[in-house]
Design a protein around this ligand. Sequence first.
Ligand SMILES: Nc1ncnc2c1ncn2[C@@H]1O[C@H](COP(=O)(O)OP(=O)(O)OP(=O)(O)O)[C@@H](O)[C@H]1O
Length: 765
Amino acid sequence: MRRPKSKKFKLQNRLSEVKEIELLESWIASGKPDSGSNPLSLPPPPKGAPIGRLPDGSFSPYAGSDKFSQLPLSKRTKDGLADGKYSKMTDIQRASLPHSLCGRDILGAAKTGSGKTLAFVIPVLEKLYKARWGPEDGVGCIIMSPTRELAGQLFEVLKSVGKHHGFSAGLLIGGRKDVDAEKERVNELNILVCTPGRLLQHMDETPNFECSQLQVLVLDEADRILDVGFKKELNAIISQLPKHRQTLLFSATQTKSVQDLARLSLKDPEYLSVHEESATATPNRLEQTAMVVPLDQKLDMLWSFIKAHLNSRILVFLSSCKQVRFVFETFKKLRPGIPLKCLHGRMNQERRMGIYAQFCEKRSVLFSTDVASRGLDFNKAVDWVVQVDCPEDVASYIHRVGRTARYLSGGRSILFLTPSETKMLEKLQEKKIPIRFIKANTKRVQPVSGLLAALLVKYPNLQYLAQRAFITYLRSIHKQRDKEIFEVTKLPIDEFAASLGLPMTPKVRFLKQKVKGKKVPEGSTPVPESNSDENASKLVGGSLATGRPEKAELKLDEGLATGRPEKAELELDGDFLQEKEAQHVEEATDIRVDVPATRVLKKKKLKINVHRPVGTRVVFDDEGNTLPPLAQLADTKTGSDSFYLDKEKVNQRYAELREEMRVADKVDKALDRQRRKEKRIKQKLKWKRGRDEEEGDVESEDDISASDGEATTGKRNKKAKVYFDSDSDDGERKNVQDNAVSVTSAITLAEQEELALKLLSSMHS
Ligand SMILES: Nc1ncnc2c1ncn2[C@@H]1O[C@H](COP(=O)(O)OP(=O)(O)OP(=O)(O)O)[C@@H](O)[C@H]1O
């Protein structure tokens, strides 16, 4: 047990702290770098030069130093850094720390993986230490991050480097259930690491929660937090913070917008973009490639890529949660030979954290949305970043590829671009991104669409997921701002639907509106104008079949456009294939499938798919083309080449099939019952005949046999068995008396009686 420290010891400690703080303040004041200068341009102090207070009472210069030990930092912080094996500073640390230690506002920009976290964690610790911040002083610093995972990671760095300090720190992020416990303790915390939403929740709900004494505000991934997505939350937060504070903003893609900076009331911020002069905007050890992959071949390409890199740690970016879930669920079933994981914003927080931690530890493939694109430092060991869906802009690209090649390690990335997205390549190259264009080796591509189609037949839930993936992808393209790159009408949507294994192309209203009056891309199913209203009414009919009123449908559609509430998201979290039926209805609503027009299949050579799972039924049309399941139920409308699936007809056909099966089942069971009954009667008769013969022969022995028989029967009657009567149609449990015991035991008894009687009669004679 540690002995409590004596008053004297505490006093001495306090005195030495005061002395250290005085020294640090004088040291900092003596060597402040010029405002607007970049300390990186100054030469580092020569080897072996004295550090700190010099014999003449002056201090060693710290601007330009390249080691943490040369900076005016407290012993506690230096010890924390030494424990973390941090000794040499990175460029952004060298450039920003001399300014931030003086209390200046910072706008820091540096490549991904270049150590921006320490560039703000160190000044935070130092500022509070020099202010002798204690538990009674409340919140002294807020570090904000756009995502929960990143906040968690920042919190870990803070804990590790600040472990010798006595500050209390807390991680405040959404998706955690212990918000009430948090509310009780949040007022005692000195440093808050948080996401904007959770912080605002505390500001709104927690009694007495206030940040009026705030010393430092940090925004990591500042451009993202200042983005429209967080605008409301951030404005509300800022309005509750004191204006007199130090503000540190860091990102790999920094904002320079005057408006943004005005919102944060920055005072003469130091703009430190250490890699602005660099030849590339991305890490030097990052090898970047791009290739053109038609939309309908993306999954084939991804599958082939994974199969070719089974010993790597691969991070795959897709544009929506639904796509992530679809690719994860289907690829998991196809067993590529490497563990697969998925991460997206609609998972509950514990699972998100768990998956993040697992991916850091072993080789696997992580399918993710952009929730993992910023800031995360997967143990510096992501081998490949694969961008299956094109990032929305250059900044997003930089952050995604930045999950690999961190600090001193190398990494590789590949970007799939559809033929209509190739403009992105130019934009990337314009922004100093050295990306190499390569051609796919088509010989090594392993097609997976056929397998997906078979999976969708086997697991109907996957069909819903595929439809949702299809719709959300198109919606994401539709919503993109950069129309030079993203144009939904240029996409081969039918082929895309087929590539997901969908038997028919779901129709989306926004797409229909878009296509109306526009040139329809080659190969896609045109939306017949004359039938569009009819289609719409059929949609309502189809929806009603699932018991949904039209109004609810519209509401859900709005929900889809604005994103679902978090609660509903959590419920979707379990194993997809375990989801409740009710959920399917909801999912079906979500995807807003118009009357699905069966895809007009291109004429193809008849091929035997050797990979097709045994038992999968393949239907061919008159010309030998394979038809998707249900396609034979499609009607061809006169005057149009398209097929239309009559929902009523499908339902009717299903009902007929069900009825046929029910009748056949009943007949089978009746036959089986009859067969068993006959067999039983036969056995009974046989047994009775044998007994009558014996009774006729040896009447005198009746007592004995009867008593024997009685004893046996008595015993049997006592133990009335309970068992499941499989003959019973309704399958109910029945009490069956012993005279119904199995045939085999009846024979044995008969034989035994016969034997006993024979024995007795031989004794009498
Ligand atoms: N001075 C240093 N010495 C050794 N390693 C360092 C140093 N600074 C940072 N690192 C390591 O470099 C890695 C990347 O650091 P960090 O996560 O801070 O990068 P970042 O610039 O914030 O990246 P991003 O822009 O992606 O958020 C981390 O693993 C961190 O531990």
